[in-house]
Design a protein around this ligand. Structure first.
Ligand SMILES: CC(C)[C@H](C(=O)O)[C@@H](O)C(=O)O
Ligand code: SF4
Length: 467
């Protein structure tokens, strides 16, 4: 028997028709996630062609990008940022109702960011193909699923056929050797890999993350790691399922009914000894430090203790200009205006705990505004049950309703021009968090430490807590 990679096994499990010179492979889609931003045109095309949704039971919709994180007013009206945002939400409601698709609507205690709800509900399964009209669908690869972000045209195809046309990607293994130091998180692992690969080092590849440091991660950490795969240009990221995966999924409403049978099959989903990858990199886990970005692409990342490097090209030079950095500037000397903890990268319970752990017994600097936005209703409830909301508010941060919020600023949560925003999200593109905003990506602990210090700082740079 030939040795196979995890990717090959999952690919073959879901293959309806292999690719030929003339046409891509056809894959069966196990779960199709839908949100309000990329679905309206797809439903319109469906309607124009008088097509039905092939598998409403394998389609799950939520509202996340456009939703305000402030509560409704006395009349129950939500403070939508734009009329277009409100219209998108209304369109998704109509489309889901008409096609019999489950929508996690506002007021539904299962609602959340699209990449949070699949796992939380146990709908993201090892070995399945998961798609969504959203680039960070790679998050679901944490379960050993093959999870692709797709375009709106493809959203239409999947709605109509439950299949996806796909050219077979190449494979890249990122092998973490050894274990991470205390205080180093999955976000730091991911930023280290992206800095190493560059913004297109993963292009055309599916990344498998492996090694002791990956095995040691919780599902939440694995989701953070896979979430960021796309920022190195990769098609997807994956982690082989193991006991951590099965323990996470067990008992969740969407877990397979034949649980034992499913787990037995899932145990084969790992890369066989001797299987070959198209490309492989090895990362020394012990050498990873808490990371921050200094440019306008996630690969422009360094340890928070580092100095801004000399730009290697024009793009890097204009990035530094935009960020207001000079080569040689210590990153930790930079004043911070705003901090955002949340998003599908770092808006899970473990992330909020990490931020709260830093903030407990401390206050954020007077000149800093801090927004904490749970990634889902479930995370919000769990965090409140532990009193994390109180920790945040006592420290001077705002505690909001779940959604994408300042990760993409489509709902009106944004920074002001010129501000430095330390953010636990995944993209530091120009203007993503508001016009002229300068985004610095970091882990929740580093974001919280920066809020306290009022400057870019990792947790090791903080002095002792107030009593
Ligand atoms: C709005 C959506 C299409 C977009 C994506 O595809 O990723 C968003 O989620 C993002 O993070 O930039
Ligand atoms: S939280 Fe950010 S990255 Fe995630 S789906 Fe929303 S906008 Fe995209």
């Amino acid at each position: 028997m030939t040795a196979k990679t995890l990717f090959q096994k999952v690919w073959e499990r879901n293959l309806v028709r292999p690719e030929t010179v003339d046409s891509p492979a056809i894959l069966h889609v196990g779960l199709h996630l839908v949100h309000e931003v990329t679905s309206p045109q797809a439903f319109t095309v469906l309607d124009q062609r008088d097509l039905k949704v092939r598998r409403p039971d394998r389609t799950l919709a939520t509202i996340d990008h456009s939703v305000p994180t402030l509560p409704a007013d006395a009349e129950g009206r939500l403070p939508y940022a734009t009329a277009a945002a409100e219209k998108q939400v209304a369109a998704l409601r109509r489309n889901c109702a008409r096609h019999g698709i489950t929508l996690l609507d506002l007021g539904d205690d299962r609602r959340g960011i699209v990449h949070m709800v699949g796992p939380e509900l146990g709908r993201t399964h090892p070995g399945a193909v998961v798609v969504c009209g959203d680039s960070h669908t790679s998050t679901h690869g944490a379960f050993g699923a093959l999870a692709f972000g797709i375009g709106t045209t493809e959203v239409g195809h999947v709605l109509a056929t439950q299949c996806l046309l796909q050219r077979k990607p190449r494979t890249l293994r990122v092998m973490f050797e050894g274990t991470c130091a205390e205080g180093v998180t999955a976000k730091d692992m991911a930023l280290t890999v992206i800095a190493h690969l560059g913004m297109d080092g993963g292009t055309g590849h599916v990344i498998e993350y492996a090694g002791e440091a990956v095995r040691a991660l919780s599902m939440e950490g694995r989701m953070t790691l896979c979430n960021l795969s796309i920022e190195a240009g990769a098609r997807a990221g994956m982690v082989a399922p193991d006991e951590t995966t099965f323990a996470y999924l067990t008992g969740r409403p969407g877990a397979p009914t034949d649980w034992e049978g499913a787990v037995t099959a899932w145990r084969d989903l790992h890369t066989d000894d001797g299987a070959e990858f198209d490309k492989e990199i090895v990362v020394d886990a012990a050498a990873i430090r808490p990371m921050v970005t200094y440019g306008v692409s996630p690969h422009e990342a360094l340890p928070a203790t580092g100095d801004v490097p000399a730009p290697a090209n024009d793009a890097a030079r204009t990035a530094l200009d935009y960020m207001g950095f000079q080569p040689g500037d210590p990153l930790a000397a930079r004043k911070v205006d705003r901090v955002f903890v949340g998003s599908c990268t770092n808006g899970r319970l473990e992330d909020l705990r990490a931020a709260a752990n830093i903030l407990k017994g401390r206050r954020i600097a007077d000149h800093v505004t801090m927004l904490v936005v749970p990634g889902s209703e479930a995370v919000k409830r769990a965090a409140e049950a532990e009193g994390l909301d109180q920790v945040f508010m006592t420290a001077g941060a705002e505690w909001r309703e779940p959604g994408c919020s300042m990760c993409i600023a489509m709902n009106g949560d944004r920074g002001n021009p010129g501000e430095i925003v330390v953010s636990t999200s995944n993209r530091n593109f120009r203007g993503r968090q508001g016009e002229g905003v300068r985004t610095v990506l970091a882990s929740p602990a580093t974001a919280a430490a920066s809020a306290v210090k009022g400057m870019i700082a990792d947790a090791s740079m903080l002095e002792g807590r107030a009593a």
